[in-house]
Design a protein around this ligand. Structure first.
Ligand code: ADP
Length: 395
């Protein structure tokens, strides 16, 4: 091998390995070696253990790029032959296929892909019309197969790593949760115990106004405890998927306005503005969808006190879209990806009570409607939650 070939390979190696995304790395690999090996299409087939069949995970067609994936059935039988024999397979055009129709003269080259030393799929090239694949081209193809397998293995490892990180984070959150929840239970219990003991004191006589004031505090704190327990049970049921959703036609605008009215009776100072366009009824569980907005209101009151809340709703492309925005302090960007996780609370000095369950509950309910919920936030400007719900979740 001469120096220029070696330096070319070195450059290709650096460029391919430098790509973070595995498909971009494969693109670079196939494009950069194209000059030495001409073919029409290439595809990677992997065994999908779930469907026990082959899945096209990557495909490139001359000039047509990635759209080719959907049409990559052409190499399936060659890939199956590679998997059955465990060896490289060459398929030449059928006898009598000569003639002017280049597309009828398919040369196929299938090469095994070993991922983690296990035969896991095949890399298949197709070339229409002659000439046959040369030995050198087959070697280049093998190099690409070897390399593709390494890139796919790297992808698998990255995915496994991400999953492990998420499990570890979840475990840490569970540990924090025990201390959060004991604090959250202790605070209302402390109030209840304290005011009850005061009322029961033999040596003091409270006037009726004071008695009522104490009883009101006890009443509110007992409600707080009930809400806390309900949130815990609800999140556990949502996680284990044991909730039966009861779907029926729901008018989202009326539902959100109802929740807003209820919130306003408790917080008459809260300013809520609506920008609502005509909406068709939605097939959903009204009780659960109300819970989503109750949580969003409760968060806005806690984390964006004194801010106005703006709710917009419109219908587009079969979907009802809702934004729920406040002008609070916002959430630092680095925490945004986690706020819908179970038990997650943005770290920092805590003056506001909470369990980290509210947004998790919201997300699970929206997902059960095959919808989407996400957040955008700017520090010092405010936070906006976006919800997208199909009018008919079956579609
Ligand atoms: P909790 O309120 O019990 O902590 P949530 O799941 O409802 O749990 O919210 C998760 C975190 O997201 C909160 O701890 C808070 O830091 C942040 N958050 C939620 N809503 C807002 C908001 N409107 N403005 C700023 N931060 C918010």
């Amino acid at each position: 091998m001469d120096i220029s070939t070696l330096s070319l390979l070195h450059n290709i190696f650096q460029e391919v390995q430098g790509k973070q995304d595995w498909k971009a790395a494969l693109d670079t690999l196939f494009v950069s070696l194209r000059g030495s090996f001409v073919y029409d299409n290439v595809a990677i087939y992997l065994i999908d253990p779930q469907i026990k069949g082959l899945e096209v995970v990557y495909a490139r067609a001359k000039g047509r790029g990635r759209k080719a994936e959907a049409e990559a059935a052409w190499g399936e039988s060659t890939a199956n032959d590679v998997l059955a024999s465990g060896k490289m397979v060459l398929h030449l055009p059928a006898q009598g296929a000569q003639g002017t129709d280049r597309l009828a003269q398919a040369h196929l080259l299938g090469i095994p892909l070993n991922i983690g030393s296990k035969l896991s799929g095949a890399l298949v090239f197709i070339r229409f019309g002659g000439p046959e694949f040369s030995d050198l081209q087959i070697q280049i193809g093998s190099l690409q197969a070897f390399w593709s397998a390494a890139l796919i293995e790297r992808r698998d490892l990255q995915e496994a790593r991400a999953e492990l990180d998420s499990v570890q984070r979840q475990m840490r959150l569970q540990e924090d949760f025990v201390s959060t929840i004991s604090h959250e239970l202790r605070t209302p219990l402390g109030f209840i115990k304290g005011y009850t003991t005061s009322l029961l004191r033999q040596d003091t006589i409270w006037d009726e106004t004071t008695q009522r004031e104490f009883l009101n505090i006890i009443d509110e704190e007992a409600d707080q405890l009930t809400r806390l327990l309900e949130d815990m049970l609800e999140s556990a049921r949502l996680q284990s998927k044991t909730i039966q959703f009861k779907f029926s036609p729901v008018r989202m605008d009326a539902l959100v306005r109802d929740v807003a009215t209820r919130v306003k009776t408790r917080h008459p100072e809260l300013k809520i503005t609506f920008d609502v366009q005509p909406l068709p009824p939605l097939h959903g569980d009204g009780f659960r969808l109300s819970q989503v907005f109750e949580n969003l209101f409760s968060n806005a009151l806690k984390y964006a006190p004194n801010s106005e809340i703006k709710i917009s709703m419109w219908f587009h492309d079969g979907k009802i879209r809702i934004t729920f925005a406040d002008h609070g302090d916002g959430i630092p960007e680095e925490y945004l990806p986690f706020i819908f996780e179970r038990f997650y609370r943005v770290p920092g000095e805590r003056t506001v009570t909470g369990t980290g369950l509210g947004l998790y509950i919201c997300r699970q309910i929206v997902l059960a409607h095959h919808g989407n919920i996400w957040v955008e936030s700017a520090l010092g400007k405010g936070t906006a939650f976006y919800i997208e719900l199909s009018v008919d979740p079956q579609h």
